[in-house]
Design a protein around this ligand. Structure first.
Ligand code: GLA
Length: 393
């Protein structure tokens, strides 16, 4: 009996500890990640340079915060099983790098995998979760992206729960980013585990393509947007649907980049840049749509002649409306607000301009363009957007 109570007293604190760090991502995390542009060609100089650029370019001023080292940083495990970085790529070690990133007022993210190896074939965390969590905490890491390659028949819920518990036990608040590509519907179970979860396989810089690699596919921007129906109710403050790291600046047209960025903002997706820094990523008014504290993911209200109309309810009764031209030809928009009552049945919001007038602000031209008493008219280039904010008057 005594043994039983001893056992219970050991187990209960651990169960009580079993939670994620709350309130680390009340709005979608914003940052930059090495993978989309640099793949495995990473080193500490690149990461320090990225931190410098984030500050110098003004990205930090508009809210970008996390510098995330993706796959291929690992050197191996020592005789006790502790992970260490590749000493050629990271001769000063990750702790020193974290110190540098912190000195710029930014935060450092790192990457691992729930399986025995990462997607790039480096050491994974399976069987070393608590050790790895302690190591990251000791290094001063602030964000962990946790992948799903080489997991055999592991149960996703338990694998991610184990790492969540390990992080919590290690004691340093670390954002936990699940990357199992939506295979196990993490939106149904991960809000207690992580702060964001990928909903798709990997993004690739094209507007609407599928790149078939035989065993898996990479996806263009719009393919990811449509990949999952009916999951917007699962996203919100501290638990976000993650539409993947952005490809803005990585080869699409300017219109397509603008659309990509706008729709990521509308969908309240984490904004993790995957390019070299460009001005398009620092539009404050567009980012404000993404960072709105209601944290509601947009929905597609209508499609008319290949022009999609997306709507996102915002704080204080404001709305963001995005007209998106899917076609390859130019489209003319003529949208009469009073004939369009926009209803969000899930979050119980309604935009009815007959009940009140809204000021209309074009967020890319940064101009007030009248109010909702007047029709919105304009030309929309192929794959481009008109993104407006309706401000209640
Ligand atoms: C997976 C992830 C990517 C990237 C690579 C690294 O494919 O989905 O985002 O982290 O692994 O190997």
């Amino acid at each position: 009996m005594k043994k039983f109570f001893v056992l219970i007293s050991l187990i209960i604190p651990n169960l009580l500890l079993a939670q994620k760090f709350e309130n680390l991502a009340l709005t979608p995390p914003m940052g930059w990640n090495t993978w989309n542009t640099f793949g495995c060609k990473i080193n500490e100089k690149l990461i320090r340079g990225a931190a410098d650029a984030m500050v110098a370019s003004g990205m930090k001023d508009v809210g970008y915060q996390y510098i995330i080292i993706d796959d291929c940083w690992q050197g191996g495990r020592d005789s006790l099983g502790f992970v260490y970085p590749d000493s050629t790529k990271f001769p000063s070690g990750i702790k020193a790098l974290a110190g540098y990133v912190h000195s710029k007022g930014l935060k450092l993210g790192i990457y691992s995998d729930a399986g025995h190896q990462t997607c790039g074939g480096y050491v994974g965390s399976r069987g070393h979760e608590y050790q790895d969590a302690l190591t990251y905490a000791n290094w001063g890491v602030d964000y962990l992206k946790y992948d799903w390659c080489n997991t055999d028949s592991l149960n996703a819920y338990w694998a991610y729960t184990t790492m969540r518990n390990a992080l919590y036990t290690a004691g340093r608040p670390i954002i936990f980013s699940l990357c199992e590509w939506g295979n196990n519907q993490p939106w149904l179970w991960a809000s207690e585990i992580g702060h964001l979860w990928r909903i798709s396989g990997d993004i690739t810089p094209c507007f609407d393509c599928e790149e078939n690699h035989i065993t898996y596919s990479s996806w263009g921007v719009m393919r990811i947007v449509y990949m999952r129906d009916g999951i917007r109710q699962y996203s919100g403050p501290d638990h976000w649907n993650d539409f993947d790291m952005m490809e803005v600046g990585n080869g699409m047209t300017e219109s397509e980049d603008r659309t990509h960025f706008s729709i990521w903002c509308m969908l309240a997706s984490p904004l993790i840049a995957g390019n070299d820094i460009r001005n398009i990523l620092t539009n404050k008014e567009v980012i404000a749509i993404n960072q709105d504290s209601l944290g509601i993911q947009a929905f597609r209200f209508d499609v008319r002649d290949s022009v999609e109309i997306w709507a996102k309810p915002l704080l204080h009764g404001d709305w963001a409306i995005c007209f998106l031209n899917r076609a390859i030809e130019i489209k003319t928009i003529e949208f009469d607000w009073k004939n369009n009552i926009v209803k969000d049945d899930i979050f119980k919001k309604e935009l009815n301009t007959k009940a009140g007038t809204y000021k209309v602000r074009d967020l890319w031209t940064e101009k007030d363009i009248g109010n909702t008493k007047k029709k919105l008219t304009g030309e929309l280039l192929s794959h481009d957007v008109i993104l407006v904010r309706l401000i209640k008057q």
